[in-house]
Design a protein around this ligand. Structure first.
Ligand code: MN
Length: 428
C-alpha cells in the first residue's frame, strides 16, 4: 500500500484583504483552489469546488477524479447562475489523488486554471501541470519569453476556470509514485513571487510537509505577498517496494524503461469535435546530484545503465556520421587556383567541417591562360568525383587555352609579306 503524508498552509498575503484560496487534505485526495469574483464570491467558488470535489471523488480512478472536477464545475456554475451577486465567479482547481491502475497504485493529477502541481524527484523539480493563463498561451505561441511572462502585468488572467461555463475541459496526468517523491500543489500567489529554484531548495531541505508548506508561504510573503498564497506538500513515504522490485528485475533481465510515463488525457479543443485526445509525454530521469553518494538507490542504478547505453548509441551515430563526412571530404577533388597556377586539390572547396582541402598537384597552366568562360568555375573550385576526372578537366582547359591562343595568333589576318621583287633576268 502506497503511503502518503501531507501538510498545507495558506495565507492572505500582504495586499489582499481576504483569502480566496482554499485547500484540501484528505487521506488520498489533495487539492488547491484559487477563487476569483467580487463580493467574496471568489471564496464561495473555491470553497464550493474543493467541497464538491471531495464529495464526488468516490472511486479511486483517474476517470472518477476528472468527473469529480466536472461535477465541481457544474456546482459552481449553478450557484453563480442562481445568485446574481455571485455571477461570474470562478476558481482554479488543481488536485492529486491516489488511484488504482489495476493492481498498481498511481497518482492522478488534474488541473484547471493556473494553480500548479510540481514533482520533486531525486532533488529535481519539475512542473507537472500546464497553466491555463494568457501569458502561458503567449509563451507557447512564442510571443513572450518565460522571463517576460513572469513580470507581465496580465499574468493573472486565466483562460480556463471552474464555474464560467456548464462544461469544462480538465487536464489529467498519471504517474507512478516512488518512495521519496514529493509533490507540491500551489496557487499563483506562490509562483508569482518565488522562483522555481527557490521552491526546489525549500522542498529539498525541509523534511516535514507542513513545515515546508509554511516556509514556502512565508517566502512568498517575504517577496511581497501581493496575492493569496497556498501550498500543499505531499510526500510518498512508502511505495509498495516498487523501487526494490525494479532493482531485483535489473539483475535478471533488461530493466524496465527508466522514464516515468506521464499520460495526459484531455478533451480535444473546441472546433475539432468531441473526440478525446491522449498524448503521452515522458520525462527522463535526471542524474542525482553529486552529493547523493553511494550506495546508489535502485532507480539511480537503472538510470545510469540506461543513460550509458543512450550516450553510447549517440556516440556511435555521431562517429559514423563523422567517418562518412571525413570520407566525403577527403575523397573528392576539385580544380582551383594556387598562387596564380591552376591546381588540383583533394577535398572540398573551402573545406568541410575541419577537413581542409589539400593541394594535390600544381599544373603548368597559369590563371591568365584559363579561358575567360571557365575562370569563374576554376576560381570557385570545379568539383570532380575522382582524381582522373580532375585531370581530364585540366587537360580540357589546356586544350581550350591552346586553341584560343592559336586563334588569337591566326584570326587577325596577318599581312602576307609581299613577294620579293623578281630578280632581274639576265640572259646570257
Ligand atoms: Mn491567486
Amino acid at each position: 500500500m502506497t503511503e502518503l503524508r501531507a501538510g498545507g498552509a495558506t495565507d492572505t498575503g500582504l495586499v489582499r484583504d481576504h483569502n480566496e484560496d482554499r485547500y484540501l487534505l484528505d487521506e488520498r485526495l489533495f487539492a488547491v483552489a484559487d477563487g476569483v469574483g467580487g463580493h467574496k464570491a471568489g471564496e464561495v467558488a473555491s470553497q464550493t469546488a474543493v467541497e464538491t470535489l471531495h464529495r464526488a471523488f468516490t472511486e479511486p480512478t483517474t476517470e472518477n477524479l476528472v468527473e469529480a472536477v466536472k461535477t465541481a464545475n457544474r456546482t459552481v456554475w449553478n450557484l453563480a447562475e442562481a445568485n446574481s451577486d455571485q455571477r461570474g465567479m470562478g476558481t482554479t482547481l488543481t488536485a492529486i489523488a491516489l488511484v488504482d491502475d489495476g493492481d498498481e497504485d498511481r497518482l492522478a493529477i488534474v488541473n484547471v486554471g493556473d494553480s500548479r502541481a510540481y514533482l520533486l524527484q531525486q532533488g529535481q523539480l519539475e512542473q507537472l501541470t500546464e497553466d491555463h493563463s494568457l501569458v502561458e498561451q503567449l509563451v507557447r505561441e512564442g510571443q513572450l519569453t518565460r522571463e517576460e511572462a513572469h513580470v507581465h502585468p496580465q499574468r493573472s488572467i486565466i483562460t480556463r476556470a471552474l464555474g464560467l461555463d456548464p462544461d469544462v475541459e480538465v487536464d489529467s496526468w498519471e504517474l507512478t509514485p516512488y518512495k521519496g517523491d514529493r509533490l507540491l500543489l500551489c496557487s499563483d500567489g506562490l509562483t508569482n513571487e518565488v522562483s522555481d529554484d527557490d521552491i526546489a531548495s525549500t522542498l529539498r531541505t525541509v523534511s516535514e510537509p507542513e513545515e515546508a508548506a509554511m516556509q514556502l508561504v512565508n517566502a512568498a510573503r517575504d517577496h511581497g505577498g501581493s496575492d493569496n498564497i497556498t501550498c500543499v506538500v505531499v510526500d510518498v513515504l512508502d511505495d509498495d517496494d516498487r523501487a526494490e522490485a525494479a532493482s531485483a528485475a535489473l539483475g535478471a533481465e533488461p530493466p524496465p524503461p527508466p522514464e516515468r510515463s506521464v499520460t495526459r488525457a484531455a478533451p480535444i479543443d473546441e472546433g475539432t469535435g468531441g473526440a478525446s485526445r491522449t498524448t503521452t509525454t515522458t520525462a527522463a530521469r535526471l542524474d542525482p546530484p553529486a552529493s547523493r553518494a553511494t550506495p546508489l538507490e535502485p532507480r539511480q542504478r537503472r538510470l545510469t545503465w540506461r543513460v550509458l547505453a543512450f550516450v553510447l548509441a549517440v556516440v556511435i551515430v555521431i562517429a559514423g556520421g563523422l567517418v562518412a563526412v571525413g570520407w566525403y571530404a577527403r575523397h573528392t577533388y576539385y580544380v582551383g587556383l594556387d598562387r596564380g597556377q591552376v591546381a588540383i586539390f583533394k577535398g572540398r572547396p573551402g573545406g568541410l567541417l575541419w577537413f581542409d582541402p589539400t593541394l594535390d598537384q600544381r599544373t603548368s597552366l597559369a590563371e591568365r591562360d584559363v579561358p575567360a568562360a571557365r575562370l569563374p568555375d576554376v576560381k570557385a573550385g570545379q568539383e570532380e568525383a575522382t582524381r582522373a576526372e580532375a585531370q581530364r578537366y585540366v587537360n580540357a582547359l589546356r586544350e581550350e587555352s591552346a586553341a584560343a591562343a592559336q586563334s588569337a595568333t591566326t584570326v587577325p589576318p596577318t599581312t602576307v609579306p609581299a613577294p620579293a621583287p623578281a630578280p632581274p633576268v639576265t640572259t646570257p
